[in-house]
Design a protein around this ligand. Structure first.
Ligand SMILES: [Mg+2]
Length: 175
């Protein structure tokens, strides 16, 4: 399953099929505490509840896809290799917690069609994995995350306020 430069590809447990719904997750401030341009495992601090939330999504049939602006690369704060290393660390931690991340898409640039609020990363994921956008969910801690999802046609775009328990209830209570 080695892919085409997508660092998440080696970690696919269930390959998304045509029509799969996705849980799109922002990274900094949603998966991990946003300490500012995090690119070292030592500073990668998972937010409480993220593993449980992802296991729940997984059990409901969502392919989990990380979509993240990483302008620190173009700014020269860190390299693609640094990003690949910290991504491997992140994926290993998820795997240990029973979560298979289907893909990680990042935008290294300060501008262009992939940088949120532009929808490029979401549209790439749609094309690559055959995601059904209308039944998908997008979670991020900034308005630009939600705008990008809306522009790509994601059905539900929710602001993360630090409480995965609340998010779980909002999304799936009684279902
Ligand atoms: Mg964020």
């Amino acid at each position: 399953m080695q892919g085409h430069g997508n660092v998440g590809d080696g970690h696919l447990a269930i390959a998304p099929r045509e029509g799969t719904k996705a849980l799109f997750l922002d990274r900094d401030g949603t998966i991990n505490v946003d300490h500012g341009y995090v690119h070292e495992p030592e500073r990668f601090e998972f937010i409480d509840g993220v593993f449980d939330f992802c296991r729940e999504a997984q059990s409901r049939g969502y392919a989990i896809i990380v979509v993240t602006n990483q302008s620190g690369i173009e700014r020269g704060y860190f390299t693609e290799a640094d990003f690949a290393s910290v991504t491997k660390y992140m994926l290993d931690c998820f795997a240990r917690e029973g979560v298979a991340i289907a893909g990680v898409l990042h935008c290294p640039s300060l501008s262009g069609p992939d940088r949120k609020p532009e929808p490029g990363l979401f549209l790439k994921a749609k094309g690559k994995y055959g995601i059904d956008m209308a039944s998908s969910v997008n979670v991020g801690d900034r308005d630009r995350d939600l705008e990008a999802g809306r522009r790509a046609g994601v059905g539900r775009n929710l602001l993360f306020t630090g409480d995965f328990g609340a998010l779980k209830r909002t999304l799936w209570n009684g279902q």
